[in-house]
Write a protein that binds this ligand. Structure first.
Ligand code: ADP
Ligand code: MG
Length: 349
């Protein structure tokens, strides 16, 4: 499925154009999302080789974790829900183990077994009315990360209840971005950046030999950057309700599901997480979305080295305590924690 950032926050990379370009970028569709891989090198061949190596890595991961591909190990685990444990690759086992850690940390707000609601909510424009509440209740009964049983010795995964299903929609892109960047960073480049539809991670230096910077833009004035964030060798991941959603009776329903209710979450319009690890950032962005502003920021404030910037559906911007606003160089208002910025969708209502 093609997903474009139509964006509340548009992120873009600052490129200083000095002499011959050292920046090489390839954009393509991977894991159902638009990926952009950038390599910085004076040597075009080196840059292309690094980009192709990154792409091969993302394709490899997609094969392992996709729940669309009926032949993937993930699909096999799902098919055997309530029947028997399935032995998987160590890599998939570890990804599931890390996903469960985030579930514990967020008390179930993040839950890869959310996927049993797949059949009920469709965010591709097909839905015209709300699903039957009894169906939602039946599907939510199958969501529970505690019923994902790991056996480290056998390297097996067992979904204990029939009809259970796991999916990596909220963590897979971040994982793939980490792994692709890791490979690219070992290929004698000056710098590299992987952008998975707004989930991005950088290494080394940008084209001008400077730190990587990201501009945050008010979608109402797309040409104008209202602040810059230094994202050198770190990840910046954004989850938004502006990419995949459905509108029923004038109400916007986002593709992030509250595992406790089975209904799409409300209240926030976008959540960005900044930390060194794109996978963790990806999972936490989704988690904060589910937890909401107060609980979400409380969680981030308890974690070291992780920063959060969120925008509510009332278009207010809030940040975690440790987000150093001094590296937001030009806030558009002088109120530190509550900057109102435009939100196309909120205004359409
Ligand atoms: P984006 O695609 O905007 O980057 P996310 O990273 O937040 O969004 O991932 C959203 C996807 O995660 C959904 O499309 C769905 O596949 C999956 N998902 C939805 N709700 C949850 C949840 N509570 N926990 C884990 N995964 C979820
Ligand atoms: Mg996510």
């Amino acid at each position: 499925m093609i997903r474009y950032i139509s964006s509340l926050i548009l992120l873009f990379i600052s490129l200083s154009v000095i002499g011959q370009s050292e920046s090489h970028t390839k954009t393509l569709l991977l894991m159902g999302s638009r990926f952009e891989l950038t390599a910085i090198s004076p040597d075009q061949n080196k840059a292309s080789a690094a980009i192709e190596a990154g792409i091969a890595e993302i394709k490899r991961i997609e094969k392992l974790i996709s729940s669309w591909d009926s032949k993937s190990q993930t699909s096999l685990v799902n098919k055997n829900a309530g029947i028997k444990p399935v032995v998987v690759d160590q890599e998939l086992f570890n990804l599931i183990r890390r996903s469960l850690k985030i579930s514990k940390l967020t008390r179930g707000a993040f839950d890869i077994s959310y996927a049993s609601v797949d059949k009920i909510w469709r965010f591709n424009g097909e839905m015209t009315e709300l699903p039957d509440s009894s169906k939602v209740a039946a599907s939510v009964a199958k969501i529970n990360y505690q019923n994902i049983i790991l056996n480290p010795e056998k390297r097996s995964i067992f979904l204990a209840k029939e009809g259970m299903k796991i999916g990596f929609g909220a963590i897979g892109k971040g994982y793939a971005a980490n792994k692709a960047l890791d490979i690219m960073s070992k290929m004698d480049l000056k710098g590299a950046l992987v952008n998975a539809s707004g989930d991005l991670i950088s290494w080394g230096k940008d084209e001008g030999g400077k730190d990587w910077k990201i501009g945050i833009i008010n979608p109402k004035q797309k040409e104008k950057v209202f602040s810059w964030l230094n994202i050198n060798e770190t990840a910046l991941v954004t989850s938004g309700n502006y990419e995949r959603f459905v509108i029923i009776n004038g109400q916007r329903y986002s593709h992030i599901i509250d595992p406790r209710t089975g209904y799409p979450v409300r209240g926030l319009s976008s959540v960005s997480i900044i930390c060194p690890n794109a996978e963790l950032a990806d999972a936490l962005a989704t988690s904060v979305f589910v937890l909401g502003k107060d609980k979400g920021l409380d969680l981030i404030n308890r974690l070291k080295g992780i920063e959060c910037l969120l925008i509510t559906d009332k278009q207010e911007l809030f940040t975690s305590d440790n987000l150093h606003l001094d590296y937001i160089q030009k806030p558009i208002t002088n109120h530190k924690y509550q900057i109102k910025i435009g939100n196309e969708h909120a205004q359409k209502k």
